[in-house]
Write a protein that binds this ligand. Structure first.
Ligand code: AMP
Ligand code: TRP
Length: 350
């Protein structure tokens, strides 16, 4: 082992730091808002150091039209700010502006094992029968995600339920790196998967995740939908003929009913129990309009603010650039230590 590596062997005190990301691969949905964005804001408001990223390099693991990618990245940034992310208190930027992500991503490609990656269910879902023809980047995607987090020594990652396996892989990569190089350099992250809406389901099929890539626009609520569109989508949402039950157990085997109740709870900031108590025995003819009113009340101000921000794309780019500079200042020294640990000559410096 090099003397450089032993120099960092003393346990690094990892201070609480949050990192999370969202792909600008389409417009954001109610699932992104409840599972991720809303909770990003709560974490920021708790006073923890928070770093949030539009992961444009992850987005191109599947084809993205360049003009649309640019637009969606700005729209994503506008959504973060409109939802309550304050670019002065949180660091907000797009991934490609901080090259440490790609650099550490490569190193992690050399730490992660083929077998680990082949077990990723998101890859299997996205590749489907087409696995010979998808990009190599789609396969390596979770190693770049681990790099996003580890480039900042982040200790906590708020995400929706679908990212749990990727975060377990992030832990495995950090542990293997530490073991292989005999260091205690990377923290083992803690996933924060909390609340009533860690998995918001499609409005057309309660067994499928609500997703920006679903071909049916009726399946999701977009953060750009207006009040009429939101109300119409909720009115037409698939349900069963039964009234709402009087206990949470009564939602078992009723995926569509459970989904709407979860959405209500998350939007209102109530527990699922509380919602069931308030609506026990109610027909969907009563519950759906109440849910639509609540969704419009919570989302309309965000949509309005997004539209206002989108009128000045130069200002959004400025905010992302400033965030990237602050992110780079945190990631660069960590990356330099990684190069030392792995035995790369860095004689160009200083
Ligand atoms: P993505 O849109 O795949 O980049 O996801 C960004 C964040 O939103 C991640 O933390 C996801 O877990 C979360 N997310 C995406 N879709 C949903 C959903 N339907 N329900 C809850 N969280 C979601
Ligand atoms: N994979 C995440 C998703 O699709 C997005 C993501 C990329 C991310 N890098 C991250 C989330 C780092 C949390 C932390 O939802």
């Amino acid at each position: 082992m090099s003397t450089q590596a032993s120099a960092v062997q003393t346990p690094t005190p990892f201070k609480p730091r949050i990192f999370s990301g969202i792909q600008p691969s389409g417009g954001l949905t109610l699932g992104n808002y409840l599972g991720a964005l809303k909770r990003f804001v709560e974490k920021q408001d708790e006073g923890i150091e928070t770093i949030y990223c539009l992961v444009d390099m992850h987005a191109i693991t599947v084809w993205q039209d360049p003009a649309k990618l640019r637009q969606q990245t700005r729209e994503g940034a506008a959504a973060f700010i409109a939802a309550g992310i304050d670019p002065a208190r949180s660091i907000l930027f797009n991934q490609s502006q901080v090259t440490a992500h790609a650099e550490l991503g490569w190193i992690f490609n050399c730490v992660a094992r083929m077998g680990w990656m082949s077990r990723m269910t998101q890859f299997k879902d996205k590749a489907g029968k087409n696995s010979e023809n998808v990009s190599l980047g789609l396969f390596a995607y979770p190693a770049l995600m681990a790099a996003d987090i580890m480039a900042y020594h982040a200790t906590m990652v708020p995400v929706g339920e679908d990212q749990k396996q990727h975060l377990e892989l992030t832990r495995d990569i950090a542990i293997k790196f530490n073991n292989d190089y005999g260091v205690n350099f990377f923290p083992v992250v803690e996933p924060l998967i909390e609340g009533a809406a860690t998995r918001v389901m499609s409005l057309r099929d309660g067994t499928k995740k609500m997703s920006k890539s679903d071909p049916s626009d009726q399946s999701r609520i977009n953060l750009t939908d207006d009040a009429d569109a939101i109300a119409a989508k909720i009115r037409k949402a698939k349900t069963d003929p039964e009234p709402l039950p009087d206990s949470v157990e009564g939602l078992k085997d009723r995926p569509e009913a459970r989904n709407l109740v979860n959405i209500y709870a998350a939007l209102a900031g109530h527990t699922v129990d509380q919602v069931i108590r308030d609506f026990a025995g109610a027909q969907f003819g009563t519950f759906k309009p109440a849910l639509a009113d609540l969704a419009v009340a919570k989302l309309a101000p965000i949509t309005a603010e997004m539209n206002r921000l989108m009128a000045d794309p130069g200002e959004i780019d400025r905010i992302l650039g400033e965030g990237a500079e602050r992110a780079d200042a945190l990631a660069r020294p960590i990356l330099e230590q990684v190069y030392d640990i792995t035995g790369m000559i860095r004689s160009r410096r200083g």
